[in-house]
Ligand binder design. Sequence first.
Ligand code: ADE
Length: 421
Amino acid sequence: MKPLYFDIADMSLAGQGKLRIEWAEMQMPVLRQIRERFAQERPLEGQRLAACLHVTTETANLMRTLKAGGAEVALCASNPLSTQDDTAASLVEDYEVPVFAIRGEDRDTYYQHLNSALDIEPTITMDDGADLVSTIHQERTDLAPAILGGTEETTTGVIRLRSMAATNELRYPIIAVNDAMTKHLFDNRFGTGQSTIDGIIRATNVLLAGKAVVVCGFGMCGRGVAMRARGMGARVIICEVDALRALEAAMEGYRVLPVAEAAQVGDIFVTVTGDTSVIRGEHMAAMKDGAIMCNAGHFDVEIDLEDLRTAAEDTRTVRPSLEEYRMADGRRLYLLGEGRLVNLAAAEGHPASVMDMSFANQALCSEFIAAQTTRLARDVHTVPEHIDREVAELKLASMGVSIDELTDEQKEYLSGWRQGT
Ligand code: ADE
């Protein structure tokens, strides 16, 4: 067997990592069933799969599934601060997965790791944020011809890829896993909702009840955060740029304000828009002493960190993942997880039970890509409906939930137009 080439923080953490990977697996029954089938059918035999994902226990179970399907895999991190070093160690030691990821790695190491994963010369890529695809298109174009297709996990990545496709720069087809119903309606909403609140609480231990929580962005992720913050007794304020979403938020009973006004009243600010410079210096200047800021969007661009650093006279780390910035006027503003994804930087990301569906889609879409006899067009494709439906059905069955079936009379009624009043 080839020697394993990898770069991780500390191999002695493998034992702890394995326990946690097994614990997560208990909450991932859909992925487990797919793994069992993959082990029999080996649909990924002969494929080399480079994955750039958050290195968590849930991702570890996806890697096990892809390997069981016959793929040779290599894994690097999709964020410098989301790697669970014990998981990375166990993946190398117990599951023979080459991992290139160290929590807290600098930008250069992050990109070196990405390139190391690409050295596998993939036939399939799996991305969360499109950094792998973007590196292939800018630095490793020689790899593109052999790639059958790729998958993309998140909204930000899909937006980047669609813009590549729009200018005809995308060199191979991508399946937008994010856009599957069984992904974004659950992972983005219930996953981000719970794990963002989890990150805020682990970093600060503040009581949410009675606090003014400002959520910037009312997409699926923002909805989840708002819903869970409200459930904890917070007074939730929504900031939006889209009239329809703002209207929805208002009719859901949230207070809707522009960021400049919310800045004056908020206790905790969460950005989850996918866009840049949402909270800027002018907003920070209006914030109360003690205001807490964090980001749950993919990149660390939503809170203007440059503005925060420029305005601060002094900074100190108060607790893990919690930095204090002292302003010239004496006010103290707080930043969680360096402005990176707070749910992964300060907590453990989405719980396994919801990643079960996202990663079931990933596994089934890799199988779909490998099974293509004629190449898919160089475009961003939606997840085939039968995959989305299969994931929903398997998840419901695993939860012991049964549903009704249409009677013949009902089917006929729905397919006709003659019957009215
Ligand atoms: N994205 C959000 N939560 C995650 C998790 N637990 N594992 C992998 N990717 C994630």
